[in-house]
Structure formats: C-alpha cells, structure tokens
Design a protein around this ligand. Sequence first.
Ligand code: UDX
Length: 434
Amino acid sequence: MVSGVKIAVIGAGYVGLTTAACLTSLGHRVVCADIDPAKVRALSRGEVTIREPGMAELVGVGLAEGRLRFVVGAGKAAPGAEVVFLCVPTPMGPDGAAKLAALEAAVAELRDPLPPDSVVVNKSTVPVGTAARVGELLGRPDVAVASNPEFLREGSAVHDFLNPDRIVIGSADLDAAKRVAALYEALNAPVLLTDPASSEMIKYAANCYLATRLSFVNSIAELCERMGADVNDVTRGMGYDQRIGTAFLRPGPGWGGSCFPKDAHALLRSAAVIGSDFPLLRAAIDTNARQQRLVVGKIRQAVGGRLAGTRVGLLGLTFKAGTDDLRDSPALAIAELLAAEGAELVGYDPSMPGAVAGIRVVDSAYAAAAGASALVLLTEWPEFRELDWERIAGQISGRYVIDARNHLDPLVVHHAGLLHQCLGQPAPQRALSR
Ligand code: UDX
C-alpha cells in the first residue's frame, strides 16, 4: 500500500513536472494531468523531454514505485486529491498582462470532481488577486485556495525545488496553508505564511528585483568601460557588502528566458490597470533592450562600422547556459538586430537546436567561427572556455571576439592573436598592454 498525501498536479510543463516529480520523491502520491495526450503517453513511459538534471530519474522512480501517474485532463486528476497544484501556463498577452485562460479552464474542470476539504494551490505566476478569483470561479466554499509560488531556475529546477531558500504560502485559510506547508516539511526550509495577495506579489517582486538588479549591473558595466574601470572588480567589490551579496551581478547581453521578461511586463501592466506606474521597472525593461543594442554596437564597431554583408559567428543561442530554452533569449534578440542590418549569421549552441529563423545553425563553435568577421559569445556555456583558440584564430577572418558574458579567459584569447572585447572593461588594446 503506497502512503503519503494524495496530490494532483495540473499541468505537466516545466513547473508542473518538477512539482510532480519532486513531491513524489518527498513521499507523496501524485497524479499529474496535462491536456496533451501524446505528452501524457510519453511521460507514462518515463520519457522526459525537458532538459533538467535529475528529472528523468525522479520520474522513473515515481512511476516504478506507483507514486506517480499521468492522466489527460484536470478532471481526471481531481478525484481523491487532498491538495491540487495548478501549474498551467500564464503567457504574456499583447498588452503585457498575463493570460489566465488555461488557469480558468483548469478551475472549471476541477469544480465538480474536487473532494470536500481539499486545497487548490496556485503555483503559476499570476497577477495579484488571482487566488481570490480562483475561489470565486470554483464556487466551492468547502475547498480552500492558496498561493504557493515557485522560484525554480531552468537547468537546476529539481535542485531548487528540493533545496529552496524559502517556501511561501498565502491563504485566507490558515489551516489550509499549514496543510500545504506540511507537504514540504522534509525540506527544512523557512516557511512564510501570508495572505494570498502578498504571496502572489512576492513572486513578481523577486523576479522584477532580480531583473532590475541585472539592468543596473549592465549599466554600471557600460560606465566602467567608458571610464576605464573593470566591472569584474567593481561587482566583486560590491558583492563583499553583505547587504548586496555576490549572486546575480554578472553583466551580460540582457536578461531573458520564460520568466523575467513576462513577469516584468505583467507587473508593469498590473500597475497601469490600477492607475499607477512603476518607472523603475519600466527603466529596467528599457535598459535591457538598450543593452542588446549596445552589444550590437560593439559588433558593428568590431567589423569596421558596417554589418551589411559581413558574416558574424554566434556562440550560444539559448537564454542562458545549461538549458535548451530559446524563449525570449537575448542571443536571438541580438541576432535579429544584426540581421536587420544585413549581417549574415552563423550560430552554434551546445543544446543543438533545430532550425532558428535567420541563423544558419552549425554543429561546432569552429564552424561558427569559420570565415566570420567577428565571433560573439552570447551564452555562458562552460565548454566555450575550453575551445582551441589557436584553431579559431586560423579560421576566423576578422580579429575580434566579443565576449558578451565576460566568460572567456582574455589571456588565452589574446595569446591566440585575437582581440577579446568583453563588457565593462577597457578596450582590448589597452588590456593587452597592461
Ligand atoms: C528565473 C528566476 O531565477 C527563478 O527564481 C524564477 O522562478 C524563474 O525565472 P530562470 O529564468 O531559469 O529563473 O533564469 P535565471 O538563471 O534566473 O536567469 C535569468 C536571466 O538573467 C538569464 O537571461 C541569465 O542569463 C541572466 N543573468 C543571470 C545574467 O545576465 N547575469 C546574472 O548574474 C544572472
């Protein structure tokens, strides 16, 4: 007889599958529902397509132990569930607001089959006030509603779920909140119990703060470069201040991915809806777009001032290393700007994406460098540090390597006879003479 709390997870996407697999590993019994029958069939066979360390193993063990099942449709997962997690997509609509159609559809399906005294927990990132709305849509006074946002990073989602900095649970029903908190007891993490609106806001505030922090760092990097300072030392010096901390201070080609841009726009939109504004967040978003134009400016300068007809090699296409996710990738935004100026783009990414619009995707970094007027590193894949730069120097037609992640060892690149141009540091010629 399998023991543990009976949980339903609605949505087998990134957040849902991580939640389902990890809760299973904590000893609970999970039924995970998705609307896509093909996905449900594949997952039921243990086939995990998401590139996430540890996920396939957890799913395999869960299936083998009979603790994890996949079904089609929220309604099928609801019977018998004590706690139901909503993990459905809330994509950005044309006005920047989060679209709640999938959430509303799931709630409608759950309304009748939900057992009395169950708790519906929202994990999707949703505008403040959505938990209250879910309660209204459910129309089931015997079912409690809670908000329990996730803070998972792609590429370390399983690790982040099992080693959280905090668990946030917001509910008007304290008993329900405690029942949800108990699910995570084994993790020994700080638990913050609050009201639903605060819980929903915590998620937006955390992501928007991190995005703003990165825009700040990218702006400091630009000033460093122009004033002769070195941003790597500057951020190290900032990070020693315990009020600041060392994490999330790396300059880059701008922040991207499936969360930051969506959440920043959604919070700005929510502010507008109530007749308010958030000028700082607006500036962080604008600074992010500006950062991409700055990187393009560096590339243009490196090829002699005119991109039209020049070949540019791109190293890294995903929004960060360790993922195959191209959604809202700064690398692709930069590629689009380069293409708009007539550059010919040849790109390589270790996740080996299929076709990418506007870029000839090749199967090695060397092939991306061959004949390029400039080579641009856009994603911080560790293997790029191990490249044979002598070989690249023999194949590239220009001399510049634009390192938009400050990821490479400048000395190694210089020794190969190439000019390494990174962010927030003196120009390569000066660096060479130091
Ligand atoms: C983020 C949040 O970290 C996570 O808590 C939330 O649940 C979802 O959104 P993720 O999108 O996986 O996770 O990416 P993250 O690792 O946070 O990076 C976001 C962006 O910031 C990436 O484009 C990354 O390259 C960039 N970044 C991050 C930097 O440019 N510099 C840094 O120092 C850190």
